[in-house]
Design a binder for this molecule. Structure first.
Ligand code: SF4
Ligand code: SF4
Length: 395
């Protein structure tokens, strides 16, 4: 690595929003532990690197998996979410797309070409999804072509399908939003057994496994028992994702989204889980940052550890089955919608977390406020600001 100062370290490699980073654990590390990480990162072997336009570089490492950057800005996305199929037989009402039982698969040769293009553009990591990616008949070939292009590759699955096709992935995340009847109520089918069986099978095969938990209000109420169950199986990487109001989920969003009280309870719940399972990495997705900011989590520490709030159109890119680019999987194109400057309206404009949070989730803002660049209406700071504005206007 160049002698330039390391500015950000993003630990991990997993297949969803903020797949390269947003590790909650490091937010509460001591300064001494952080300093040791910084020193160690100087000697992590580089797998791929790129120069960044404002000076400095970003490099991907495998041991440990991370992105280490001396740059202040990104010249290209770090990660791309690539949809490999629209097929899925599951009825999940909270799905962020609207897949079909016989939905189209993208041919493996087409995906290989897309991977080469993404790698040439400087992308480090692709996260594959669907539909249900396991429905694609050529999944192992697809993973191999991504790796041949120089990309690391992850996958998200419900666990329903041919698990023997999962070959050559850096990490596979299994979605399990609740247990037992709760799973069936949240996802619309009795899928807990398949998800847990998939986790066991992948762990048994030596595949790095994470778990995705999309938080709706019922799943959040049962979060502790879901985490306990997957940790008992051997999972050491747990990702909490915010529900997004796109695809099928748009029809149930207002009834299923976290309540304001639950939004405020996310950070305490994470601290409690970290205390109970210190051996586990807990991550949250890009859209969860407002729930942490409301508790005063240090924005400088967030920047140091490469924490990403809304990084659509900057560090993140999405590619759908038609090959169309978008800033993220939850918002249609253009791929660079000019979100880097964040949301300019108050309270985001003067918010201490705006450089990281960037105004919260634009997909949520668009759904609830009709504008991608409205402040995230579910952020507690935005809720308080709006309440104060109303009170001031009627004084
Ligand atoms: S709009 Fe931003 S915060 Fe929301 S899902 Fe997309 S990248 Fe994440
Ligand atoms: S006020 Fe805006 S920038 Fe600040 S945390 Fe909330 S959504 Fe993010």
């Amino acid at each position: 690595m160049s002698a330039a100062k390391i500015r950000r370290i993003r630990l991990g490699r997993a297949p969803n929003c903020s797949s390269l980073g947003n590790v909650v654990n490091v937010l509460i590390w001591s300064q001494a532990a952080m300093a040791a990480l910084w020193v160690a990162a100087e000697s992590w072997p580089t797998r791929r690197r790129r120069d960044e336009p404002g000076g400095g570089e970003t490099r991907a490492t495998d041991d440990p998996p991370a992105l280490v950057s001396t740059a202040t800005e990104n010249g290209a996305p770090h990660e791309a979410h690539v949809q490999v199929t629209r097929a899925c037989a599951m009825p999940c009402p909270t799905c962020h797309i609207d897949p079909e039982v016989g939905g189209e698969h993208v041919p493996a040769a087409v995906l290989a070409e897309r991977f080469r293009g993404l790698a040439a553009a400087g992308v480090f990591h692709v996260a594959l999804g669907g539909g249900e990616a396991l429905a694609h008949p050529d999944l192992a070939e697809i993973a191999a072509s991504a790796r041949a292009a120089g990309l690391s590759v992850g996958l998200t699955t419900s666990g329903v399908g041919n698990l023997s096709a999962i070959v050559g992935f850096d990490q596979v995340n299994v979605s399990i939003d609740a247990l037992g009847e709760g799973y069936a109520r949240v996802r619309g089918y009795a899928g807990e057994a398949a998800a847990l069986a998939a986790i066991r099978a992948l762990l048994g095969a030596g595949v790095p496994v994470g778990v995705n938990i999309v938080l709706d209000r019922e799943g959040f109420a049962a979060l502790g028992e879901t985490v306990d169950a997957v940790v008992a199986l051997g999972v050491r990487d747990v990702h909490l994702l915010r529900l997004k109001p796109t695809g099928r989920a748009g029809g149930v969003y207002l009834d299923r989204r976290l309540t304001p009280a639950q939004g405020m309870a996310v950070w305490p719940a994470l601290l409690e889980l970290l205390g109970r399972h210190p051996e586990v990495s807990f991550r949250v997705d890009c859209a969860m940052t407002p729930f942490l900011a409301a508790h005063g989590v240090d924005p400088a520490r967030m920047r140091e550890v490469g924490w990403t709030g809304c990084h659509g159109g900057d560090a993140l890119l999405a590619v759908n089955t038609a090959g169309e680019l978008a800033p993220c999987s939850f918002v249609a194109g253009p791929p660079d919608p000019g979100w880097r400057g964040g949301v300019r309206a108050e309270p985001c404009a003067s918010c201490a977390w705006s450089a990281t949070c960037r105004g919260g989730c634009h997909a949520v803002a668009s759904f609830l406020r009709g504008s991608l660049l409205a402040p995230d209406p579910e952020c507690a700071l935005v809720i308080a600001h709006d309440r104060d504005s109303i009170q001031n206007s009627i004084k």
